[in-house]
Unconditional design. Structure first.
Length: 161
């Protein structure tokens, strides 16, 4: 009996409008999923439509402290589209930044379980915009999670100039 109630409850959650998904009609227009209308007509709907991707570029300032002492800090810049900057390989750095997007600059999950390993005293801060969204992040190599974050942006955080 309890199982049947759960199935009915879940079945009621699966349909309807308001999912935020969009469907494309044969005329190439978009409308919220479940409200697609015949070509050339518009379907009135109160369901929210998907938000467009942020329009904007990538422009970053990178400050890397290779030995963690604050004495030999290296400052670099990177812009993408057009690709420029004084990081060692701006094109490779832009590829990595595009791959991780703004989420790659978010603060690490404090509840994440990370391997306890140390890969050096290096630290870095990155600020600016990625795909038009502001970012302000700190990086280190003090545990497995931090090392993975650093490695995902190794071309941006490289100090070989």
């Amino acid at each position: 009996m309890l199982l049947a109630g759960a199935v009915l409850l879940l079945a009621g959650c699966g349909g309807g409008q308001g999912t935020g998904a969009t469907a494309t009609t044969s005329s190439g227009t978009s409308s919220p999923a479940g409200t697609a209308s015949p070509a050339g007509t518009s379907a009135p709907s109160s369901a929210p439509t998907a938000t467009p991707t942020a329009v904007g570029g990538t422009a970053l300032t990178v400050v890397v402290d290779p030995d963690g002492t604050g004495e030999a800090v290296v400052v670099g810049t990177l812009t993408c589209d057009p690709t420029a900057g004084d990081v060692p390989d701006p094109a490779a750095a832009c590829t990595q930044v595009a791959a991780v997007g703004p989420a790659g600059f978010a603060a690490p999950d404090p509840g994440a379980v990370c391997t306890q390993q140390y890969d050096g005293p290096q630290t870095a801060t990155v600020s600016g915009t990625v795909a038009g969204q502001p970012v302000d992040a700190s990086f280190s190599r003090t545990d497995g999670c931090a090392i993975s974050r650093w490695d995902a942006l190794s071309e941006l955080l490289s100090t070989t100039r």
